[in-house]
Design a protein around this ligand. Structure first.
Ligand code: NAD
Length: 253
């Protein structure tokens, strides 16, 4: 197998579950050294163990991306352990229970902004500083199709993901001169615990999601992982500030 990430130091946030875990495993399969972080220590350590059993070098850091000090510590761990940071996947995120904006509590609004938007800002801030010191790298932020279109009942989430797309584009322009390529991935519905919990609470949302997805199924997290690896690889060397859609056709019509 072609190992595109041999001797590369890769950081993944939200690595304990879903898209983050699948992507961490995919990077490990292609030779990367992994720094994993998550607010959920139990599941983060499970991913760490899976990667250790693959024979790769790996370290887990308990970190809340909504805290600057945690993001700084997580980046410092990657650099201390592996000598540099070459690739970062800023993926940790949350959703709220579906509700029209009039029913969204201010505390919930602040909570989702802190994780999905401020979290990506903190990650970028410390990752870029580290990458600049060692000659560049590639960063991928997880946005969503919710970063490109609106969805009723998902206002706060869509607002944060639209903001992640804007943050990605502007940060990419700020730092392409440092040899750092910054892009976003915009998944459609993907079978992860986040989506399953949501569908359990509102089965009508699952029916609507499937009906609106031309490929007539949800993505496997591995399919999103492969897109992230592409964006991180030299094959995407001319991609800068792009929001790459992987959605089974959801936004094609
Ligand atoms: P998930 O819930 O399975 O995994 C998210 C992980 O992030 C969890 O391990 C969780 O503990 C961690 N996390 C949550 N808050 C955190 C914080 N403050 N600090 C650090 N870690 C934190 O969800 P997923 O579906 O794999 O989602 C991953 C990303 O993909 C999210 O940004 C999500 O918005 C995005 N996304 C998901 C879908 C989908 O359909 N599943 C679609 C588009 C975008």
């Amino acid at each position: 197998m072609n190992k595109r990430f041999e001797n590369k130091s890769v950081l993944v946030t939200g690595a304990g579950s879903g898209i983050g875990r699948a992507t961490a495993l995919a990077f490990a399969a292609e030779g990367a050294d992994l720094t994993l972080s998550d607010i959920d220590e139990t599941h983060g350590r499970e991913t760490e163990e899976l990667i250790r059993r693959m024979g790769r070098r790996v370290t887990f850091v308990h970190a809340d991306v909504a805290r600057a000090v945690d993001c700084a510590a997580m980046v410092a761990r990657a650099v201390d352990h592996f000598g540099a940071l070459h690739v970062a996947f800023n993926n940790a995120g949350i959703n709220l229970a579906p509700a029209p904006i009039v029913d969204v509590e201010e505390s919930e609004w602040q909570r989702i902004l802190a994780t999905n938007l401020t979290g990506v800002f903190f990650c970028l801030k410390y990752e870029i500083a580290a990458m600049r010191r060692t000659g560049g790298g590639a960063i991928i932020n997880t946005a969503s199709v919710g970063g490109l279109i609106g969805t009723a009942g998902v206002t706060a989430y869509c607002a944060t993901k639209h903001a992640v797309v804007g943050l990605t584009k502007s940060a990419a322009l700020d730092h392409i001169g440092d040899g750092i390529r910054i892009n976003a991935v915009c998944p459609g519905g993907t079978r992860t615990p986040m989506l399953s919990e949501w569908f359990e609470r509102a089965p009508e949302v699952e029916r609507a999601a499937l009906a609106g997805t031309p490929i007539a199924r949800m993505a496997d997290p591995k399919e999103i992982a492969q897109t992230v690896l592409f964006l991180a690889s030299d094959a995407a060397s001319f991609m800068v500030g792009h929001a790459l859609v992987v959605d089974g056709g959801l936004t094609a019509h």
